[in-house]
Design a protein around this ligand. Structure first.
Ligand code: F6R
Length: 366
């Protein structure tokens, strides 16, 4: 697993080396992310959603899996303080028993064909809940349209996880259009400006000695990342980093959040030193974390960092929760991409997920 620093730099600074591995051009989706975020907001602003659609609604649900489900998680942490109604993200087949005519479900599936999300959608229909679909097409769009429901259509052709802007930001706009939460446009302007700055720093054109994303990818090479963030935005970013390491870099990765990990996982780094040296620790930090949270993280770091091969600390940038969350996510997305290149694996295909979905499509019944 040894690779010289100069070899990392040669590989990641070479557009032709990257093109050869990145056959479906994940890099262009990454570089287009700030623009995707801006466009996603425009799409949601123009989408046909009748005024008063959410009248009488007293609880909110977002259903989605994987790259689509994480849009719901982000939405929850960014909007939580602004919304007066209970809001739950469902990642699975079943809606809670209390979903009924006073519920609003936003069903999110990039392909529109994910069975768990379709099941939630159909269950919500049968319980007369109000439903909005967010998708690029598939069965979700077709069934939504057939039932005269608002369908917010986003562009297709990407891997779902590369369409995070389309899958997340419309949720904020939809809620604010329905009068259920206030989404301040200045947050979006700050986030897009920050993402554009980050793109200049992390892009393939920015060379290894100046590029934090390339450098962290090199430090993580050959190790399984364990990503910790504080509850809320850094915790959701940690989940996104984990999933991107899994799906883009094709490596095992694990995440957990403070304070819960202080009540269990903290103790688990004591033994099996031969194994734990194959892990690298990544701490996602928020400069606005409380003094108590800061102490937790600092003490935890001192207690466990010796068990790992590497300990990397990354701070969120920006002021608003939206900008901070997206800044962490964008850096993690770039790192996972560069790590895929160092691993010599194409970041786009997720053949095992596709295989499993195909097998399930052939199974009759529940
Ligand atoms: C693939 C990916 C997956 C999908 C998940 C659900 O890039 O990120 O996690 O998002 O399998 O599929 P969709 O998003 O089409 O509902």
């Amino acid at each position: 697993m040894l690779m010289a620093q100069s070899s990392f730099a040669d590989k990641l600074d070479s557009p032709s080396f990257i093109r050869e591995i990145d056959s479906q051009n994940m890099l262009s989706a990454l570089e287009g992310f700030p623009e995707q975020c801006r466009e996603a907001v425009e799409i949601a602003r123009k989408a046909a959603i009748p005024a008063g659609f959410a009248r009488g609604v007293s609880n909110l649900f977002v259903a989605g899996m994987g790259g689509s489900g994480i849009g719901g998680d982000l939405f929850r942490v960014v909007i939580e303080d602004e919304v007066a109604l209970p809001l739950q993200v469902v990642k699975g087949y079943r809606l809670p028993g209390y979903v009924g005519p006073d519920s609003l479900l936003i069903a999110v599936s990039y392909s529109g064909n994910t069975e768990e999300t379709l099941n939630c959608f159909r269950e919500a229909l049968s319980r007369q809940a109000k439903i909005i679909c967010l998708t690029s097409g598939g069965k979700l769009a077709a069934e939504g349209e057939r039932n005269n429901l608002p369908v917010v259509k986003i562009p297709g052709g990407l891997q779902p996880r590369a369409a995070l802007g389309y899958l997340f930001l419309p949720l904020l706009v939809i809620l604010s259009r329905l009068g259920l939460a206030s989404f301040d446009d200045r947050q979006l302007a700050e986030a897009v400006a920050l993402l554009n700055q980050a793109k200049a720093r992390f892009s393939q054109r920015s060379s290894f000695p100046e590029n934090q994303a390339k450098q962290i990818a090199a430090r993580l090479y050959g190790k399984a990342p364990v990503i910790y963030g504080s509850e809320g935005l850094a915790g959701v970013a940690a989940l996104r980093w984990k999933c991107q390491f899994n799906e883009n870099s094709k490596i095992p990765a694990f995440c957990h959040s403070f304070p819960e990990l202080n009540h269990n996982e903290l103790v688990g780094w004591e033994k099996l030193a031969n194994l734990t040296k194959s892990f690298s620790l990544i701490l996602l930090r928020d400069k606005d974390e409380s003094a108590r949270m800061r102490t937790r993280i600092e003490v935890t770091k001192e207690l466990i960092k010796g068990a790992f091969d590497e300990a990397v600390e990354v701070w969120a940038e920006g002021r608003s929760p939206l900008a901070k969350t997206l800044s962490l996510i964008y850096l993690g997305d770039y790192i996972s991409f560069y790590l895929a290149i160092l691993n010599g694996v194409d970041p786009s295909p997720v053949e095992k997920i596709a295989f499993l979905k195909e097998k399930l499509a052939g199974v009759e019944g529940d």
